[in-house]
Design a protein around this ligand. Structure first.
Ligand code: FAD
Length: 467
């Protein structure tokens, strides 16, 4: 029975590695990667050393069975890389992309399972008599007994934007043809805003930068040496949203009272977030998203210490201003962009002129906005998860149909589990992928006796061994 994994970011790679490590000669795995090599997607495919991972080396192993795998890989490769990284280092994202690629390649080389990497976009997944048909942008069709959706929620990397006044973050050429003194507006104040400031600096830009979001909350930075996660005492599921928030606030206040940092409390809380989130009612989940998400994101999704120091220095010098407000109008005139802003809590508006506007849209809010998943939703195969986040899944990550029925053999992993778990941190994702790999391999074993090679429709062929 063949398995097709759609998407070769963190989760797709983690699942492929787990399947290849544990699967035998009766298993065939095809990984469909839109951007070619695994790990070359939106997060780790931007080739610039100034952008670092926002989690330390010790947290980012892709292998659930070897939590120190990345630490050891970096140590083995230290002469080749020309740098020594410690478990609490923050490495360049492009180096992490290489780690994903090499880890997959070595798992494939050592495995008796057949492996094939296909470079293409998946345009549709449909159920058929024996499993699923996967349509590729290249025109090819794959047949699979089991499929894992590992597409994440990040939108496609935008096309080249050279010289355009309004660009999307990370579009090739987004910062080209700019004067070093040009005023820039960044729309969004999350980690991608910090990335844009670092990229502007690297490009020699010295002009004023304004960043705006509704709450105006910039990401906070990690401490150079991370403290042990310290969950707030008494924090349990089913205590209700407000008591939970109170417990976290009290634990932060206690830490401050003892001269300790708030970060370990937030990191300790994050460990329980999946169970806490699952215990909230639908109304509480929506309330948490509306009122807490911006604060949680800025404290939890922190940026590396070096990036934090750059942001702090830019703010202290007045070069970077972070505003809370709403953009009410944007007009392009004579290669300048006139922007009207209503500051948060005010009825007045202000106008300012910029040479470039960089949009940082963040991940898609709903799967309806993503072509493949939106299409599967319209076709009645999948439904959004709790609070309309990600894809709805059962406890074993099987994707659920709009009526709640299980799509046997169709799984959704990684960032797509955000509705079920809320926190999709690397450790939770790699463990989920290891469990899904176990479930998939069990299904192959139990189907082996009854399984017969499917008769394929004309023009289709199974996802077979590496070519
Ligand atoms: C700029 C950026 C930086 C980040 N930095 C970090 C970090 O430092 N540390 C961290 O823990 N997290 C980071 N993240 C978040 C991280 O990417 C996600 O939390 C995590 O990777 C989710 O894993 P995933 O595999 O589900 O999705 P992704 O890693 O987004 O991978 C999904 C893959 O599927 C591909 N894909 C999507 N649709 C299709 C399709 N139809 N056909 C074929 N392929 C498809 C995408 O191109 C992508 O390669 C970052 C995200 C971004 C955008």
């Amino acid at each position: 029975m063949h398995i097709v994994i759609i998407g070769a970011g963190f989760a797709g790679t983690a699942l492929a590695v787990a399947l290849l490590t544990r699967g035998g000669g009766d298993v065939g795995v095809t990984l469909v990667s839109r951007s070619g090599a695994p790990g070359q997607g939106p997060a780790y495919g931007i080739g610039t050393p100034c952008l670092k991972l926002d989690r330390s080396v010790r947290e980012m192993s892709v292998r659930a069975d070897q939590p120190h795998h990345l630490v050891e890989w970096l140590f083995r490769r230290r002469f080749h890389i020309g740098a020594i990284y410690r478990p609490d280092s923050y490495i360049p994202r492009e180096l992490y992309g290489q780690y994903l690629e090499e880890t997959l390649a070595s798992a494939a080389a050592l495995s008796s399972a057949a492996f094939r990497l296909v470079r293409s976009d998946v345009t549709a997944v449909q159920p058929d008599r024996v499993g699923y048909r996967i349509e590729l942008g290249s025109g090819e069709t794959l047949a699979a007994g089991q499929v894992a959706l590992a597409t994440g929620l990040t939108r496609r990397r935008p096309r080249a934007a050279s010289g355009r006044p309004i660009v999307t973050a990370f579009a090739p050429g987004a910062l080209a043809q700019m004067d070093e003194r040009d005023p820039v507006l960044i729309v969004g104040t999350g980690p991608s805003m910090a990335d844009q400031v670092l990229l502007l600096n690297a490009a020699g830009h010295q002009g004023p930068i304004t960043a705006i979001s509704r709450h105006g909350l910039a990401p906070l930075a990690h401490q150079p040496v991370a403290g042990e996660a310290k969950p707030p005492p008494g924090l349990r599921p089913a205590t209700g949203l407000l008591p939970m928030v109170r417990m976290v606030r009290d634990a932060v206040a206690d830490a401050a009272g003892n001269g300790e940092d708030w970060r370990p409390v937030i990191d300790g809380t994050a460990l329980s977030v999946p169970t806490l989130w699952q215990s909230l009612s639908a109304a509480e989940k929506l309330r948490a998203l509306r009122h807490l998400r911006p604060f949680w994101k800025s404290h939890r999704h922190r940026i590396p210490p070096e990036a934090g120091a750059v942001i702090d220095a830019c703010r202290a010098s007045g070069r970077l201003r972070i505003l809370a407000g709403t953009i009410t109008a944007m007009e392009v005139a004579n290669s300048r962009i006139d922007v009207t802003v209503r500051p948060r809590g005010s009825h007045e508006t202000r106008r300012a002129s910029f040479a470039r506007v960089i949009l940082c849209p963040g991940p898609a809010r709903t799967i309806a906005a993503l072509p493949l998943l939106g299409g599967m939703m319209e076709a009645g195969m999948i439904r959004p998860g709790p609070a309309r986040l990600g894809v709805d899944i059962a406890a074993d990550a099987t994707a659920l149909a709009p009526d709640g029925a299980r799509n046997e053999g169709l799984f959704a992993v990684g960032g797509l589990s955000v509705g079920a778990l809320y926190e999709t941190i690397p450790e939770a994702m790699r463990q989920q992928c290891a469990r899904v790999a176990g479930t998939m391999l069990e299904r192959i074993k139990s189907d082996a006796a009854s399984w017969q090679r499917p008769e394929l429709a004309a023009g289709t062929r199974p996802a077979g061994p590496a070519e």
